[in-house]
Design a protein around this ligand. Structure first.
Ligand SMILES: [Zn+2]
Ligand SMILES: [Zn+2]
Length: 366
């Protein structure tokens, strides 16, 4: 039992590597021009325009790693040469299906334009079982809609959720981040989006290690096998129930006022938009191919998207049921939406999450 406790403590320590004082800006005009990058870590993929099966082109090896990261290439795939093989073609086709693009199997302009968008670090396809559109029949319809809407929400494998007896979930922030009241207030609003439509409630606690949901900003490799990549690229990731970890890339330029009306710098990312998406993962939702859904994986910089779409609401209510006070008419919160939309994310449901969850459970049993 002591060994279990020691292992658990070690895993806690390893997760806390590289905490950072994240870059928060009250508004877009407060981001200094000197730190605004020329582009994203994925911009180099633009040079692969026109590539298709059978060709060899420098940079395809990196693209294969990108597709493996997000679940489009199996974890056992290891041919990281610059050859465009049949596996990469299949990955491109599945990606195009998930993002509502023409399934050409080629790296055409619309596909590349999408690939370079900032996004959630969680995979779109988990453990080889498809989520999003590529894994769904088109026969899933909303039963209570006058217009038949194809549902594209998804869950993690085995549909993990928080148990029914735990309708109030606690959350806490990594103490090292020393977040301001403004930033904490953004999370209050982000949690409200989900509590408004479900029986779940969320309350902040200061005992970080005992909280159900543990939120932190980290830089680069932070001990969970999902390193962050600096400005843009992956923005954040979150783990499925009952792990409860939500990590943000501390090197992004996080904007807190939600106002992206004019001249947004390319690197500005709306914190609340990403928080709403990642909380969806914490509660058990995977990615959706519905572009208006909060659980759509990508978000452009300078975009705000904080309101749940019907697809999100149908998904979360399938897991938890509805809030008795929810009238089914969408958000009753005051949207701060000058130009409103778009978010991103994915879900590290990898070995670490499972091990971490099991260790947590073992410690609890001890
Ligand atoms: Zn992480
Ligand atoms: Zn995501």
């Amino acid at each position: 039992m002591k060994l279990v406790a020691v292992i658990f403590l070690f895993s806690l320590i390893s997760v806390d590597l590289n905490p950072v004082s994240a870059n928060f800006f009250p508004n877009i005009s407060s981001i200094p021009a000197s730190i605004i990058p020329n582009g994203s870590v994925w911009d180099a993929f633009g040079a692969l325009h026109g590539c298709r099966r059978g060709v060899k082109s420098q940079g395809l090896a990196s693209l294969k790693k990108y597709f493996q990261l997000f679940g489009y290439l199996n974890t056992s795939y290891d041919d990281f040469s610059d050859d465009f093989d049949e596996f990469l073609e299949s990955a491109v086709k599945n990606y195009q299906l998930n993002f509502n693009l023409n399934q050409t199997g080629e790296l055409d302009a619309p596909t590349l334009k999408h690939i370079v968008l900032p996004r959630c670090g969680n995979a779109d396809i988990v453990n080889g079982s498809s989520t999003m559109r590529s894994g769904k029949s088109s026969s899933a319809y909303s039963a209570n809609s006058t217009i038949h809407t194809v549902a594209h929400y998804s869950f993690f494998p085995n549909r993990p959720r928080w148990p029914a007896e735990k309708s109030q979930l606690t959350y806490a922030f990594a103490p090292e981040n020393q977040l301001s009241d403004v930033v904490r207030g953004i999370f209050v609003k982000a949690f409200e989006r989900w509590s408004e439509v479900t029986p779940l409630t969320f309350v902040e606690t200061t005992t970080f290690n005992r909280a159900d949901l543990r939120i932190g900003f980290f830089s680069g490799d932070h001990g969970d096998g999902e390193p962050f990549d600096g400005v843009l690229g992956t923005l954040a990731h979150a783990f499925s129930p009952p792990v409860g970890l939500l990590h943000f890339d501390g090197e992004e330029n996080w904007v807190t006022d939600g106002n992206f009306l004019n001249g947004s710098p390319m690197s500005a990312v709306d914190l609340e938009s990403v928080a709403v998406h990642e909380i969806g993962h914490l509660l058990g939702l995977g990615h959706s191919s519905v572009e208006d859904a909060i659980m759509y994986p990508t978000i452009s910089s300078g975009i705000r998207k904080v309101e749940l779409a019907n697809d999100d609401i149908m998904g979360i209510q399938e897991l938890y049921g509805s809030n008795p006070n929810y009238n089914g008419s969408g958000s009753t919160l005051n949207p701060l939406t000058p130009r409103g939309e778009r978010d991103t994310s994915g879900a590290p449901t990898h070995g670490f999450a499972l091990v971490f969850g099991l260790l947590s459970l073992l410690l609890f049993l001890v």
